[in-house]
Design a protein around this ligand. Structure first.
Ligand code: CMC
Length: 385
């Protein structure tokens, strides 16, 4: 048997109409539409419709879809009590994984995988996830929960529930764009996880729960939190040395590269040039950072990008989506450990799109492993080992 392709690099394991990536040219399209075009002109709700139907909706369809999503902002009875029984020290990604799994117990037919049922479950999860995250964050901060408002968009309602006040239109737009940019991305690790799970004809809740577990890892969605931690580390170092943060960036990055450490927010399995989401977020994060008094973070990020281009650009290592989304989320006022849940909140849409595609033309995923262990080994009784 052939040796394994480590990390399945370059292996085509599924067909999809959701998103297309050209890693050499730095192109990302959802159902053929450039990500930049969507980020400038669309909304998250419309993007989800696009991913789940492979076409843009007309006005009536979008209104209907948005209404169905808003009907699901409220949690099923009992979920709120379950949430406020969790330890306040719990990490939001662990809370999200657990609570999405718990949602299945409030579904009278959790196992149904016919396409209309699977779509309904996907809509349930997408509608409930922002409420779960906002409720948990307020609960752990000892603040009263702020219930969802059906008159607000997905992005506006989340920021409202989180902060207890209506966000400004600029904040809503910034957050909505982040949601669009993170919605889908080919057969990334968490999406593959979701497809593998649903291919057993298990349920949508199990598939999304598994995907959340995958996304949490620092090599995947967890990188955006690590980028912010790195910026914080640089600022701390500068303070200790009585220097400006800009002065310590070069030695800090060079030292890490010398020690063969990875710089989070850089590199990608598919992109060998700058990730188009990062291109968009770079310009965008500069604007929002300037508006919110965080320009220094943007400038620091930009300097790190320059050093990385000089040092490892020839290896095809450039900023990925997580690099500038860290500054953007910080400028929006989100706490560090909510960065990856934000990624999950948006990516539920992509995971569900892929699960629906998988269910429409399913074959169980069951790859092979190349056995590299010994053969014909005699069993040794325990006293002889
Ligand atoms: N910093 C420094 N060197 C790097 C980095 C980095 N961030 N990423 C890759 N390299 C080097 C790596 O050391 C190796 O060098 P050499 O050939 O000299 O040993 C070479 O590039 C190839 O690395 P690899 O591990 O074979 O590449 P991969 O395709 O398996 O890894 C990756 C992709 C995303 C896991 C990796 O680039 C990485 O660890 N990046 C940091 C984490 C990160 O930002 N993840 C978010 C990814 S984008 C959002 C998402 O999809 O979740």
């Amino acid at each position: 048997m052939a040796l394994a392709v480590k990390g399945l690099e370059g292996i085509v394991a599924a067909e999809t109409k959701s998103s297309f990536i050209d890693g050499e040219k730095g192109i990302l399209e959802y159902v053929g539409i450039a990500i930049d075009d969507l980020a400038r002109n669309s909304t998250f709700e419309e993007t989800v419709f696009l991913l789940w139907n492979n076409r843009l909706p007309n006005k009536a369809e979008l209104d209907e879809f948005t209404g169905m999503l808003r009907d699901r902002y409220e949690l099923p009875p009992g979920m709120e009590q379950r949430l406020v029984a969790l330890p306040t020290s719990a990490q939001p990604m662990h809370v999200l994984r657990t609570m999405v799994s718990a949602l299945s117990m409030h579904d009278l037919e959790p196992n149904k995988v016919d396409l209309p049922s699977a779509r309904r479950k996907a809509l349930n999860i997408l509608g409930h996830v922002p409420t779960l995250i906002a409720y948990f964050d307020r609960y752990r901060r000892g603040l009263p929960l702020v219930h969802p408002r059906k008159d607000l968009s997905f992005a506006a309602n989340f920021l409202y529930m989180l902060n207890g006040k209506e966000p400004t239109p600029a904040m809503v737009r910034a957050f909505d764009i982040c949601m669009i940019l993170h919605a889908d991305h080919g057969l990334n690790n968490s999406t593959f996880t979701a497809r593998v799970i649903i291919s057993t004809l298990s349920d949508m809740y199990s598939a999304i729960t598994g995907a959340i577990g995958s996304l949490r890892g620092p090599l995947h969605g967890g990188a955006n939190e690590e980028v912010m931690e790195m910026l914080g580390e640089i600022e701390k170092l500068a303070k200790e040395q009585g220097k400006d943060a800009m002065e310590v960036i070069e030695p800090y990055i060079m030292d890490r590269l010398k020690r063969k450490e990875r710089i989070m927010g850089f590199g990608h399995r598919v992109y060998k040039t700058i990730d188009p989401r990062a291109t968009f977020l770079k310009t965008f994060s500069k604007q929002i950072a300037a508006d919110t008094g965080n320009l220094k973070l943007y400038e620091m990020s930009s300097k790190i990008e320059q050093i990385m281009a000089r040092e490892v650009g020839s290896k095809g290592i450039y900023p990925n989506v997580d690099f500038y989304s860290a500054t953007t989320y910080h400028s929006i006022g989100l706490k560090l450990d909510l960065f990856t849940p934000m990624f999950a909140m948006s990516r539920v849409s992509g995971w569900a799109a892929h699960c629906l595609e998988q269910l429409a033309d399913n074959r169980l995923f069951r790859p092979a492993a190349a056995y590299i262990g010994p053969h014909a080994v005699a069993y040794a009784p325990i006293e002889k080992r």
